[in-house]
Write a protein that binds this ligand. Structure first.
Ligand code: ATP
Ligand code: MG
Length: 262
């Protein structure tokens, strides 16, 4: 529940609403303190993007969805920020893709795991990986608690969706030869640069759009999915993201009305 009422007509209603979700998530022990800082970094990039989904991001989302649809065992990794921002939407994506949800935390505590599990169950999740100690395995490439993964999930997966992920973990998972799909508003973060597919969009928009694409593509044959997948290249799409952001700023700087957002 949000503590402050934000008028719906406020020009930046959606941004303020998601900020409240993150703050509430922190009070409910779902979001780590560092999650607030990560969210602020994302907000800054979203402001540059114009706080709506550009066309190139839709193509990144199609690339992501077909990559997960051709995978043998896709898994969706959930952290505190994802659980606070879009619990229902991530559960819907998991159901559409038939890919399990796995709680995987940078700042792992039992309290946070339980809080995230609760929010996902309330959102309709039937089972959640990553918390039962009898299925824990470790990724030696990653130090500390972040290395713990579920043997039924990330450990045996060939494709992991890791939205809002840290660069070190992304690089470690890539070393294990897994396909990595991410959502990260920063197109030059280490996560964006090292993932197989990077979506430069706000997770609150991206996950809903991805679910729509799953429903559009899921009856395609494997060869048609592979054909679709081969149309895209992550580096080219990231360059498009940077071109979009920089030309939007240049346009505002050179000719645009800088008061357009007021
Ligand atoms: P890296 O570790 O990949 O080099 P980093 O250390 O800057 O990057 P982290 O805090 O590790 O970033 O990861 C969080 C990432 O998630 C950031 O790049 C941030 O821009 C992005 N992010 C935060 N909130 C959102 C959001 N709502 N939607 C999409 N991306 C977001
Ligand atoms: Mg990082």
């Amino acid at each position: 529940m949000t503590k402050h009422e934000i008028p719906k007509k406020h020009p930046r209603f959606e941004s303020l609403r998601t900020r409240e979700c993150i703050i509430d998530g922190m009070h409910q022990k779902i979001v780590a303190e560092a999650g607030l800082i990560a969210h602020g970094r994302g907000e800054a990039f979203d402001y540059i993007l114009g706080e709506k989904t550009p066309e190139f991001a839709l193509r990144q989302e199609i690339f992501a969805v077909v990559t997960m649809l051709v995978a043998q065992h896709p898994v969706i990794s959930v952290n505190g920020n994802v659980a606070a921002l879009c619990p229902k939407e991530i559960v819907n994506l998991s159901e559409a893709l038939e890919a399990p949800l796995e709680i995987n935390l940078f700042y792992r505590t039992e309290e946070r795991e339980a809080a995230i599990k609760e929010v996902l169950m309330k959102a309709g999740a039937e089972s959640i990986l990553g918390i039962d100690p009898s299925y824990q395995n470790t990724i030696t490439e990653i130090s500390h608690l972040r290395r713990i993964v579920d043997t039924r999930g990330i450990a045996s997966s060939d494709c992991v969706f890791v939205p809002l992920e840290d660069g070190d973990r992304t690089i470690a998972l890539r070393k294990l030869k897994k396909d990595i799909v991410t959502v990260d508003l920063n197109p030059i973060s280490r996560t964006s640069l090292t993932s197989t597919v990077s979506i430069t969009n706000n997770i609150t928009r991206a996950v809903v759009e991805m679910t729509e694409f799953v429903n559009e593509f899921k009856d395609y044959s494997r060869s048609k999915l592979l054909e679709e997948k081969n149309r895209y290249n992550n580096k080219d799409l990231l360059q498009e993201a940077l071109q979009f952001m920089s030309s939007r700023l240049l346009k505002l700087a050179n000719e645009g009305n800088i008061f357009e957002n007021l």
